[in-house]
Write a protein that binds this ligand. Structure first.
Ligand SMILES: N[C@@H](CCC(=O)N[C@@H](CS)C(=O)NCC(=O)O)C(=O)O
Length: 82
């Protein structure tokens, strides 16, 4: 299951919205900005952070593109053929 890491009111809401739109189950892991928990996952200490198994993806836009590509069947990504 995906883990969406962030603090309430942060850009993690973009990731949660994307996961909801894709119908993917996820766990919201609340961490404070620039906390030891955030730094452990992202050298900048910033959120949001997506954990997908062994993979860690940071930056809300990158996370949304990653999810859109991974779940291309849901039609949330760019149509690179047009
Ligand atoms: N471009 C990044 C920006 C990430 C970012 O600045 N996140 C804020 C929370 S919304 C943060 O962690 N701020 C902590 C800081 O800059 O010290 C993204 O879209 O994810």
């Amino acid at each position: 299951m995906y883990k969406a890491v962030g603090s309430r009111g942060s850009r993690v809401s973009r990731v949660l919205w994307m996961l909801e739109e894709l119908g993917q189950p996820y766990e919201f892991v609340e961490v404070k900005l620039r906390s030891p928990e955030a730094y452990a996952l992202n050298p900048s200490g910033k959120v949001p952070i997506l954990i997908d198994g062994e993979l860690i993806v940071t930056d809300s836009a990158a996370i949304c593109f990653y999810l859109a590509d991974k779940h291309a069947d849901k039609g949330m990504g760019a149509d690179r053929n047009s």
